[in-house]
Design a protein around this ligand. Structure first.
Ligand code: PLP
Length: 436
């Protein structure tokens, strides 16, 4: 599909009228492309093919004579914890518990324990506080924000930089407001910018003084092993740094195998200080006798060891990296010379964050939707779905095949240019072509 047929200039050099012609061709094509969410592609799901026939008739006997077929073992099989603790959470196996299939569910559950009972250092259960506030780096993950909404947690946006959250702002806010009890952190290959917290940011998060005695970091390590390049970013030693700074209970670490095996059929993990883990398991004991150990054994047999996990993630990378490269190439070609348009080039994770001139993001998303390409809703990257400057769009290239992604990228480019032109931003945004 070549929507630009007959125009021999680069897309970014088209005049407004030409853009409108291209856009009407796109609309006429009747596309139906959905790139709203970061789903693994079908080819990625197929990497877990043999996973479905495990554990089979195995004579596996767990350490300490735990019968994996029966009730119990609230913390999870030790062998499985040893396999995942370091690569997925950067913690020792003793400080990790295995949950069910969703790390988001474990975050929700942990918030519920804090509200019902309070954390170890809480003066009282969070439900008794007049207001609870969380710092939310933006752009960030909409499901974190939805969880805050659910618990009536007031969200305080903090700018996300290439090095992680703006630490000057973070330090200033947490130092003086005891109602700020927590902060969302996706430290590696963040959703949606792909940013990696630098070591200085992590050190400052670990040691910053906070007015709330029970301040915690919800450390969502969702993309721990989801590298897109050879330059594999290691886990940051948040737990060790917090302990060294006298804040051993500060990090609550979460991860899962959702985007490693099959979303919905993976395993989720919680890790923290030894005392936090005891606190967490004590409350968890009131809701379950034990998680699904059959699935734990399935994982154990599927990966065998941490080298097996690494090898498996390389297969994901082979499928994913070309998509990110294609998106990058399409954006560079189409939008590369436009001022105030910028996007991230992640080394891992599932997303790219695209920034447009102020006031253009929702119009670009609307134009794309009308042309048959559903993008993540503009604003979704901000608390309560409101991006006041209307600049950010999250791009999710993982699910589409390369050809469809190429079409979607062309549509995106045209919609971005049209949105900017319609917004009257031509003088600053489009070089020397006098668009509207
Ligand atoms: N955390 C982040 C930052 C994510 O991007 C996602 C999925 O996109 C999740 C958590 C979902 O994790 P899970 O499937 O373990 O609930």
């Amino acid at each position: 599909m070549d929507f630009f047929a007959g125009f021999d200039t680069l897309p970014s050099q088209l005049m407004f009228k030409e853009l409108e012609i291209v856009y009407s061709r796109i609309v006429a094509a009747g596309l139906e492309i959905n790139m709203t969410r970061g789903l693994p592609s079908v080819a990625q799901l197929e990497l877990a093919g043999s996973f479905l026939s495990l554990p089979g008739a195995t004579n596996f006997v767990s350490r300490n004579a735990i019968d994996w077929r029966n009730y119990g073992c609230l913390q999870g099989l030790p062998e499985l914890r040893e396999l995942v603790a370091e690569p997925l959470l950067g913690l020792p196996a003793e400080q990790v518990a295995v949950g069910e299939n969703s790390s988001l569910a474990l975050m929700h559950e942990t918030l519920a324990y804090a509200f019902i009972h309070g954390l170890r250092a809480s003066p009282q259960p969070w439900r008794k506080e007049p207001v609870i506030k969380f710092l939310c780096p933006v752009p960030g993950y909409d499901r974190h924000f939805a969880m805050c909404d659910e618990f009536r947690i007031e969200m305080l946006p903090v700018p996300m930089l290439a090095t992680g959250p703006d630490m000057d702002t973070v330090e200033k806010l947490v130092a003086c407001d005891p109602a700020i009890k927590g902060m969302w952190c996706v430290p590696k290959y963040s959703n949606p910018s792909g940013a990696v917290y630098c070591s200085d940011t992590v050190a400052r998060l670990a040691k910053m003084p906070t007015a709330a005695k029970d301040f915690v970091l919800f450390w969502d390590n969702a993309y721990a092993v989801h590298h897109l390049t050879e330059d594999e970013v290691p886990n940051q030693p948040i737990a060790r740094l917090c302990e060294a700074a006298g804040h051993v209970d500060r990090p609550l670490v979460f991860a899962s195998t959702s985007k490693i095996v099959l979303p919905g059929a993976g395993l989720a993990f919680f890790g923290s200080s030894p005392t936090n883990l005891v606190w967490w398991l004590k409350h968890r004991a009131s809701k379950t006798i034990g998680p699904d150990k059959v699935n734990q054994l399935r994982h154990l047999l599927f990966f065998a060891n941490s080298a097996g996990l690494t090898a498996h993630m390389k297969k994901h990378r082979v499928l994913l990296a070309p998509k990110f490269e294609a998106l990058e190439a399409g954006l560079s070609q189409g939008l590369g010379n436009m001022e105030q348009v910028a996007w991230t080039r992640p080394k891992g994770g599932y997303f790219v964050s695209l920034d447009l001139p102020e006031g253009c993001a929702s119009r670009a998303v609307e134009l794309a939707l009308n042309a048959g390409v559903a993008l993540t809703q503009a604003g979704a990257t901000h608390p309560r779905g409101i991006d006041y400057r209307d600049t950010t769009i999250r791009l999710a290239p993982t699910y589409l095949d390369l050809e469809t992604l190429g079409i979607a990228t062309q549509v995106l480019v045209v919609c971005v240019m049209l949105a900017i032109a319609q917004n009257g931003g031509s003088q600053n945004s489009v070089h020397g072509h006098g668009m509207v």
